[in-house]
Ligand binder design. Sequence first.
Ligand SMILES: NC(=O)c1ccc[n+]([C@@H]2O[C@H](COP(=O)([O-])OP(=O)(O)OC[C@H]3O[C@@H](n4cnc5c(N)ncnc54)[C@H](O)[C@@H]3O)[C@@H](O)[C@H]2O)c1
Length: 167
Amino acid sequence: MDTIYNKYKDGKMEKIDLNGKKILVTGHAGFIGSNLVHRLFHDMKEGTIVGIDNLNDYYDPMLKIYRLDEIDNYKPSGINYKSIKGSIADKGLIDKIFAEYKFDIVVNLAAQAGVRYSIENPDVYIESNIIGLYNILEACRLKEERLVKFKELLAIAELYKRKNQYQ
Ligand SMILES: NC(=O)c1ccc[n+]([C@@H]2O[C@H](COP(=O)([O-])OP(=O)(O)OC[C@H]3O[C@@H](n4cnc5c(N)ncnc54)[C@H](O)[C@@H]3O)[C@@H](O)[C@H]2O)c1
């Protein structure tokens, strides 16, 4: 079982031991976020994973609920997992979660995608991709958490292997 992810920092490889870490995954009901949580379940022996997602209806929320059910079903006994329904644009909520969990690692995947949709619904983009991102960055800055971009943590291509690995 591999608990170490390598990531580049200042041109050098840095090792991160995920075991025992407190990790926030925003957008954990989404495509990448839900796969990331499964991957963390697989790779960590112990630790805390908190997910936050507003389950918006940009596409069928039933798919997101199904993913969250799948996550519940796969949760290993050594992992403390908490799923929160809420928006990263809610600064009070984000500050409360950060104060409670004091995360070691934050992976921000909650976002509004879709170029065409942005023309009809610009408010949603401002809320999630600007205000929400700002709230996460600011909470990280104040609490000095390590912010990991999803691309640094695992490549999208790896996500497609999950079906074979975990099912
Ligand atoms: N899927 C890809 O191939 C791909 C490629 C490149 C980049 N990305 C980026 O990765 C990120 C995640 O992509 P995805 O494919 O998992 O998208 P997704 O839409 O499946 O997941 C995003 C999740 O974030 C949630 N969300 C949106 N706004 C929120 C808010 N304000 N508060 C809380 N939750 C909120 C949504 O409900 C959704 O479950 C996005 O930034 C996307 O642009 C994705």
